[in-house]
Design a binder for this molecule. Sequence first.
Ligand SMILES: [Ca+2]
Length: 286
Amino acid sequence: MRRLLPYLLLFFVSSLFIISTSFGNDYNPLSGYRLLFADEFNAPAGEVPNPRHWGHDVGGHGWGNNELQYYSKNPQNAYHDGQGHLVIALRNEPHLAQFRNGKRYSSARLTTNDRFEIQHGLIEARLKVPSGQGLWPAFWMLGADFPKTPWPACGEIDIMEHVGNDPTRMHTNIHGPNFSGNNGLGQGVTLPNSEPFANAYHTVALKWEPYELTWYLDGQKMRTLRRNDIQSPSKPWVFNKPFFLLLNLATGGEWAGEPDASTVFPAFFMIDYVRVYGQSSVLAPY
Ligand SMILES: [Ca+2]
């Protein structure tokens, strides 16, 4: 409660003076925020992700969706390109399947868990997703009490998901108690002129406030979800607590479907930067 009060005060003040002018399409969400976390991915070619920012989730158990990849710590699955980008590379390595839960595909799932957490703010990334049937890149967040609080009660906010069989859309979603999985609150955002999302770098962002989530794509407001839109005794708003960030490239599972002969490997998920603005970080500065 002690942590919540300043946010309540901020909300009431901002609702008087700021909301009416800054909630348009002008992408002006930074009033009162400062940069708390930034990775510009400027390390030399081949360098692994900065361990002060990113840890690895490792394994090939399907990750709750019957996914087909094994997430490794192998530098070949997550590295800098030497030109300012992080690369998450999904590789087809059938000869290694016997060592990886039978999974022929390897990839990486990076997380700021126990490194950086944020509660309310602006979370932004510039990225370029790969194209191809069966591919599923994502930039998302989980409640920092996970796994002590199991999914979906911990809460999940999907800032950007993309599946290769739906090439012109970026997907947004939240999950929580009694609104998860296929009962999540997902909504696709179609790009102008139905341009394939994988054709170019895009800036994706979430403005996260105590009672409201707003998604942006290339600076344009795309979607707003308000607490009062969903909250009920069976569907509590679980988004007023610290969350950590995740970046990953999955393949397979019920939603993305399996890769096929047209899918090109390795597939590369490119991230130009991740920046987080807010009032204060929850964990100690990294
Ligand atoms: Ca960069």
